[in-house]
Design a protein. Structure first.
Length: 320
């Protein structure tokens, strides 16, 4: 068999050599990339943080280590962390006034960050959807219409208002924002049972499933990163951030719309842009048999063609 191997064609051997070279180059490229990523130091766990007016101290070993884990995750999850900051420039200006109007602390916007990575079309394996990741039953219980034709979990204003109602209800029960956050992940009734069974008032002092236990510290790490991204190795120029482009106008609808493609054309936009601006419209028509009132955003097609360097920056801490 050795003589057969020795006299393989040059073409075959050359292909194998090229393939091997590509593998070796890919390996070293990956190694160099990971080395550069690893060069970014992880922010130190602070002595304490203030979240929604509550002070969380990290002078206990388990709290410090749990926070450290999430700081490491945000530092080295480059794709997700980069997109979060870019998208925050678009969605924070829309969400913050709603939180203020609904009497919910501004810091609760970071729940939206860790729920969906600020992807308005995010859908979880459990079927939670939208920026605030409501499951169907919870969304309906807080006033959202959810069906095959209309899904208001994808409506930024209505889903944010629903989230505010949920958070306010939870705070009335628990009186502690970290416990409220844990309940957003694990459910209010589940948190009530754990408080009774473990005889603790704060979720920070409870034994919880790993996802909920980490959830609170992911929330704090998100706040740290978005308030000081330079600590995590992230900075941007204005043209790298995603702009918020307000709609050109809004149309109030009380009747069915049989054909949204025609509706879009009548309003000088494409069907694609209509859907992008109104993700809650799930089909190519609006049934509205009950004659409910809906508000449809008509995007400003001219403003969509913008000069990136003139992007309005929501928070200057994100800039280089």
């Amino acid at each position: 068999m050795q003589h057969i191997t020795k006299y393989k064609s040059y073409k075959t051997m050359n292909h194998k050599s090229i393939s091997l070279s590509i593998i070796i180059l890919s390996f070293f490229s990956l190694f160099n990339f990971n080395s550069e990523a690893a060069a970014q130091p992880v922010p130190k766990v602070p002595d304490y943080m203030v979240f929604a007016g509550d002070t969380i101290r990290f002078d206990r070993a388990d709290l410090r280590e749990r926070m450290d884990r999430e700081l490491i995750a945000f530092t080295y999850s480059h794709n997700a962390s980069t997109l979060i900051i870019k998208r925050a420039n678009r969605y924070f200006p829309q969400v913050e006034p709603i939180l203020k109007r609904m009497g919910v602390p501004d810091d609760l916007k970071y729940l939206m960050v860790i729920e969906s990575n600020l992807d308005p079309q995010a859908v979880s394996g459990a079927g939670a959807a939208g920026l605030w990741q409501f499951i169907q039953s919870t969304g309906r219980s807080y006033g959202l219409e959810v069906n095959a034709n209309i899904d208001e979990r994808y409506n930024l204003v209505k889903s944010t208002e629903a989230a505010c109602k949920y958070l306010s209800d939870a705070y009335a029960k628990f009186g502690d924002w970290m416990t409220v956050a844990a309940s957003y992940n694990g459910g209010q009734q589940g948190m009530v049972r754990r408080i009774e069974n473990q005889r603790q008032k704060s979720a920070l002092n409870m034994w919880l499933v790993d996802e909920t236990s980490r959830y609170m510290f992911r929330l704090l790490a998100a706040k740290m990163m978005l308030e000081n991204p330079h600590q995590f190795g992230f900075s941007f120029t204005p043209d790298e951030l995603y702009p918020y482009i307000p709609p050109k106008r809004q149309i109030t609808i009380t009747n069915p719309i049989d054909d949204l493609v025609s509706f879009a054309e009548e309003n000088g936009i494409t069907y694609a842009e209509l859907k992008r601006a109104n993700l809650w419209l799930r089909e190519a028509k609006l049934n509205n048999a009950s004659r409910r009132t809906y508000v449809i955003d008509i995007p400003d097609m001219e403003a969509l063609h913008y000069t990136p360097s003139e992007t309005k920056v929501h928070s200057w801490v994100w800039l280089k």
